[in-house]
Design a protein around this ligand. Structure first.
Ligand SMILES: Cc1cc2nc3c(=O)[nH]c(=O)nc-3n(C[C@H](O)[C@H](O)[C@H](O)COP(=O)(O)OP(=O)(O)OC[C@H]3O[C@@H](n4cnc5c(N)ncnc54)[C@H](O)[C@@H]3O)c2cc1C
Length: 451
């Protein structure tokens, strides 16, 4: 047994890889696919039991469109995954041009099969404890699972934890929330099945809703005071004591392709300013979320036609975290980049998705048709650790910029870029910092990305 002697006790070194992706979520699963396809010996370490993270285990569906003509995909792998899901009836496009509707259960299969077919290796049910860092390099990861504490080594690491757990523990400077410590709202999503969607769609029309009714792709929403058609019904239920005010703070619902009669709810939104990195707050979010979920379900059954035979089918495994740690990397994407619609030679993604701070009605110079901004490769690179890339919602951005780039198609593009850069670095015996972002972009374009 080979051993590492970094700690007082001896820790078993389980294996060595070229690339380790910690966190196989929205971005991490794509990073793994990209690195493995380019021949890097790749391991994804994931604390849960499936790939996809927030997009599967958090039940966050559909993908938001990037609000550019034709909804271009900055990630070629995203394009490919969408095609696979469409073919099987588990993905769909609506008439408003969003082709990002997907079935989260089927995405779990698709991600796993695609990654394994690329030659990648997987380790589920395993959490990061800490990295061993020496000379500005991560030498190994200590992880925990049923075997206890063990170690894994790699030449290059990709942090796909969404919370920059690895980067933070390796000493990369990180920021949180706004300066006044305001965090984006947490949610705990859920799904209800056996709904008569046709009946419900007709009810929405009767209430005066004239959007989101591309049956069977249905969408509806209600936020107090914003003129939504369902506000009267929520008000009635509030007056009758069937819901609390907090239940209507943010309500949004989408049907799910390949799950007839099922609606996925982008709520309940957990009241109060909760910190997603505080286990007590996270526990509160789960308990409070479940309480609100049950109240909402009873309310739907009583007030929404089509719900009489429905049942509460699924609760999200992951608390919905919109924003937590963000690294301060080689480029800090800021509000100014958004306002000036800045483009970059090393762009790895393009988007027209606006600054979107949940719970705030805030219009920061909305993008006009044809306008877009880009995300440079350097936002994935920490300044101080040379063999690490950070992806997903934790890349180097300010609070405002993060609220725009956190959507799934952009997270996936960061994963694809990081996987390519890591594989290039392995092949050339260089660090990811020495790989030119322009080359990464060229590779993404050659795979069919639209950046
Ligand atoms: C409630 C909510 C609604 C949203 N709505 C939309 C929407 O409608 N459309 C859209 O496009 N985007 C939406 N978003 C944003 C988007 O879904 C997320 O920003 C994106 O999925 C984050 O991707 P990620 O790869 O950074 O993190 P994740 O997908 O969360 O992946 C992180 C992965 O790392 C794993 N992990 C974490 N820590 C460790 C550890 N220490 N050890 C091992 N593994 C670890 C996790 O289990 C997870 O699998 C929403 C987000 C939320 C929370």
């Amino acid at each position: 047994m080979e051993e590492l002697n970094f700690l007082k006790e001896k820790i078993e070194l389980k294996a060595k890889y070229d690339v380790i992706v910690i966190g196989g979520g929205t971005a991490g699963s794509i990073a793994g696919i990209a690195a493995a396809r380019l021949g890097a010996k790749t391991l994804i370490i994931e604390k849960e039991g499936a790939l996809g993270g927030t997009s599967t285990l958090g039940l966050v569906t559909p993908m938001m469109p990037v609000k550019m003509k034709g909804n271009p995909d900055s990630s070629a792998i995203n394009k490919e995954l969408k095609k696979i899901l469409y073919k099987k009836g588990y993905g769909a496009a609506d008439q408003q041009g969003n082709d990002g509707w997907f079935n989260p259960e089927m995405l779990k299969f698709t991600l796993e099969e695609t990654y394994l077919a690329a030659g990648g290796r997987l380790l589920y049910d395993t959490s990061l404890i800490k990295p061993i860092v020496k000379d500005n390099q991560i030498k190994a990861l200590l992880v925990h699972n049923k075997e206890g504490i063990t170690a894994y080594q790699a030449d290059i690491f990709i942090d796909g934890t969404g919370d920059a757990d690895l980067a933070y523990l390796a000493g990369v400077p990180c920021q949180r929330g706004k300066e006044e410590a305001k965090y984006q709202a947490l949610s705990l999503r859920f799904q209800i099945s056996n709904i008569d969607l046709k009946k419900f769609a007709n009810f929405l029309i009767e209430q005066g809703q004239d959007w989101g009714l591309d049956y069977p792709l249905l969408e509806t929403a209600m936020v107090w005071g914003q003129g939504f058609a369902l506000e009267n019904i929520f008000q009635k239920a509030l007056t009758a004591g069937d819901i609390d005010f907090e239940d209507g703070k943010y309500f949004q619902a989408f049907s799910v392709p390949g799950m007839p009669g099922t609606i996925s709810f982008n709520c309940p939104e957990i009241p109060g300013e909760k910190d997603s990195l505080n286990p007590t707050d996270l526990t509160y979010a789960r308990i409070k979320g479940r309480e609100m979920m049950q109240r909402l379900y009873k309310f739907f059954k009583k007030y929404f036609p089509g719900f009489s035979d429905s049942y509460l089918a699924t609760q999200a495994e992951l608390v919905g975290v919109r924003e937590s740690r963000r690294i301060v990397g080689q480029y800090l994407l800021d509000k100014a980049d958004y306002l000036e619609r800045r483009k970059f030679a090393d762009a790895i993604a393009s988007s027209g998705y606006p600054i979107d701070i949940h719970g705030e009605q805030l219009e920061i110079k909305a993008l006009q048709p044809g306008e877009y901004y880009q995300i440079p490769f350097r936002t994935l690179l920490p300044k101080n650790i040379t063999n690490l890339l950070v992806i997903g919602r934790a890349i180097s951005t300010t609070f405002n910029a993060q609220s725009a780039i956190r959507i799934q198609p952009i997270c996936r593009a960061t994963g694809e870029a990081a996987g390519i850069a890591a594989a290039f670095a392995i092949a050339r015996k260089k660090s990811p910092q020495q790989i030119k972002g322009r080359e990464v972009k060229e590779k993404m374009l050659s795979w069919g990305a639209d950046i």
